[in-house]
Design a binder for this molecule. Structure first.
Ligand code: SAH
Length: 235
């Protein structure tokens, strides 16, 4: 699966995309993360990608033309193949990204992720170039680069071979609390003496049935989060 990230600051995505799970998956050629700079699709001396907003206002707006040309460059390469391709624009007005959405997007062969900046992106990109708009949460970030990495990471976890041997345990059993050595940890709280923090006994038994029962009791099923399903910590 290929992730094209259209961003004016491609270097901001590079470190994360080359580290850990995403880095390993790229080395194994299961996924490819391909940053594209819309500045490379400008014709003027200053490589202009933004301009003032019609109607006024303080912030700059990303122009449609360099983004259009960047998306076309991707589409040209896959024109004759049966590639399932989806163009996504990150927007604070988009559909909320969830685990369910990640699973849906993992069915595509190629995702092109358009990152906004400044005051946003010329609305014609949302209307005529992107297939859909996504928001990763109800807060405003300075750009679409973090959302692009969030979506790439969450989608990639659904692709076979990316997670390796821990193969999507949360898919089957949900997400549960985990512990590692040491078995006891002494925590000194100033003025309150010390407190010994222990690993739950059930996890130390070596009895798989008991361990699984404990994990089911304390976990939550990630893929089935919905309004009726209370998540941990909620009343
Ligand atoms: N006034 C604009 C601010 C845009 S922030 C607005 O409220 O929409 C700049 C860019 O960052 C956006 O165009 C979008 O691409 C990205 N962005 C910011 N917050 C985001 C979020 N929660 N989800 C997805 N993209 C986001």
């Amino acid at each position: 699966m290929r992730f094209n990230i259209i961003t004016t600051i491609p270097e901001s995505c590079a470190v994360y995309a080359e580290s850990s799970m995403l880095g390993r998956a790229q080395k194994k050629k299961i996924i490819k993360i391909n940053p594209i700079n819309p500045r490379d699709f400008t014709n003027d001396k200053h490589k202009t990608v933004d301009d003032k907003a019609y109607g006024g206002g303080p912030g700059m707006v990303l122009k449609i033309e360099p983004i259009y040309k960047a998306v076309q460059s991707v589409k040209r390469k896959t024109k004759n193949k049966k590639t399932k391709h989806r163009v996504i624009l990150f927007s604070t007005r988009g559909k909320l990204f969830t685990q369910k959405e990640a699973k849906r997007l993992a069915k595509y062969d190629e995702l092109t992720l358009i990152c906004g900046r400044y005051e946003g992106v010329d609305e014609r990109v949302a209307k005529y170039i992107a297939d859909e708009e996504i928001s990763i949460g109800e807060y405003v970030l300075s750009g679409g680069e973090l959302p692009a990495l969030v979506v790439t990471d969450a989608v990639a976890r659904h692709i076979k071979g990316v997670l390796g041997k821990e193969a999507s345990l949360e898919e089957v059993k949900g997400s549960y609390p985990v512990y590692t050595r040491p078995e006891t940890f002494r925590l000194n709280v100033k003025g309150q003496g010390s407190n010994v923090l222990r690993v739950p006994k059930a996890l130390l038994t070596g009895n798989h049935k008991q361990i699984e029962a404990w994990r089911r009791k304390h976990g939550k099923n990630v893929p089935n989060i919905n309004a009726n399903n209370k998540t941990r910590g909620q009343k």
